[in-house]
Design a protein around this ligand. Structure first.
Ligand code: NAD
Length: 334
């Protein structure tokens, strides 16, 4: 599927965070559709270190890259010497996905260092290479603002959301100072799809509930889950947004969601339908403070300036994803 008329063949493409969920999908998108593109994945991969919340410090996994034929560099975006390993290339496009993607890391110092400090380096690499830069921002920049969430009205409520909000502000300023550059930030909403499995507990509820159901267990949801809504977006639509962001009508930050919020109850119900189960639902009180109750991306400007057009409803996304959910069921995600 070609989402734009850019020919990426013979182009040199850097994907930071390319061993992670979204980055590895981008890597395979280019490999499959533009076999003569030169793709470089830069990722620190996972060590066995965990944050105080018990989750791994990074989720890059070699299993996301099996069959990948491009260059792989194991490096840390916080480490200037590692970034020097990129000097030998001349990039045409940079997709910056590397980050602490876990929204529940509350160590502000480490989140800001990893997500924000490194961003200055990535912006300068893009400038030095005269490369198009597309980077990952997040719907977490909106905190619990009411729907629809609109770019320009942010109120982050955790260090992660704040770090992405700061990246957006830095990108705006850098873009104004360098008007010839193409710089686009994408605020992804709740992404689900193949290659998210290795994010373990931070993967989407789609695969987590899918596996609960395949275990024969009644899916467990927070009380009132029919009233907790999210803008869930399928990975293929996120790839589409990244490609379209390479030729924006104007630089900026854009929402990447469907514009159609769906409830967690819908997720459990559609999954049971797809998996042929009838286990009902079990509810428990929501222990999380500052929990977003409703997200819905305002995608007017994404449509207008990126020509972004999400294609997958939740039902269509699940149909595409379900065989992978089944394949991974019971497999090791370590
Ligand atoms: N998946 C979502 O729903 C979602 C929503 C909003 C924003 N995002 C953002 O999109 C981007 C990709 O997210 P994802 O879901 O693929 O997460 P992910 O955790 O699977 O991918 C991030 C990758 O970055 C790598 N990484 C982390 N720290 C690094 C470092 N210091 N140096 C080098 N590499 C490092 C990890 O190993 C991992 O492979 C992230 O920036 C994330 O914040 C994701």
């Amino acid at each position: 599927m070609e989402y734009s008329n850019i020919n990426f063949n013979n182009k040199t493409i850097l994907i930071t965070g390319g061993a992670g969920f979204i980055g590895s999908n981008l890597a395979f998108y280019f490999q499959d559709n533009f076999p003569d593109s030169n793709i470089i994945v830069f990722d620190c991969f996972r060590s066995e270190l965990t944050f105080s919340n018990g989750n791994l410090q990074s989720f890059g996994h070699y299993k996301n890259l099996i069959d990948f034929k491009g260059d792989v560099i194991c490096g840390n975006i916080n480490n200037k010497n590692d970034l020097l390993l990129l000097k030998k290339y001349n990039f045409d496009y940079i997709f910056h996905q590397a980050a602490i993607s876990d929204t529940r890391v509350y160590d502000q110092e480490v989140v800001m260092q990893t997500n924000v400090n490194s961003f200055y380096d990535i912006l300068n690499i893009a400038k030095d290479n005269d490369a198009v830069l597309v980077y990952a921002s997040s719907a977490a920049t909106y905190g619990s603002l009411s729907s629809p969430q609109t770019v320009g009205q942010e109120s982050p409520e955790n260090p992660y959301g704040f770090s992405k909000h700061m990246m957006d502000q830095i990108a705006y300023r850098f873009s104004n100072k360098n008007p010839n550059m193409t710089i686009v930030g994408l605020k992804f909403f709740n992404v689900y799809g193949p290659r998210e499995y290795y994010k373990a507990k931070t993967s989407s509820m789609v695969i987590q509930l899918g596996h609960q159901i395949l275990d024969g267990n009644t899916p467990k949801l927070f009380e009132s889950s029919d009233q907790i809504l999210r803008d869930f977006i399928y990975i293929d639509d996120v790839v589409q947004a990244n490609i379209k962001a390479c030729s924006p009508k104007i630089n900026g930050v854009y929402n990447v969601g469907t514009g159609v919020p769906r409830s967690f109850q819908d997720i459990a119900d559609i999954l049971q339908n797809e998996l042929g189960s009838n286990l009902g639902t079990e509810y428990f009180p929501n222990p999380l403070k500052g929990y977003q109750m409703h997200t819905q991306a305002n995608i007017d400007s994404s449509k207008k300036y990126l020509d972004f057009m999400p294609k997958y409803s939740l039902e269509e996304g699940f149909k595409d994803y379900i065989s992978e959910i089944k394949r991974l069921h019971g497999s090791d995600n370590k």
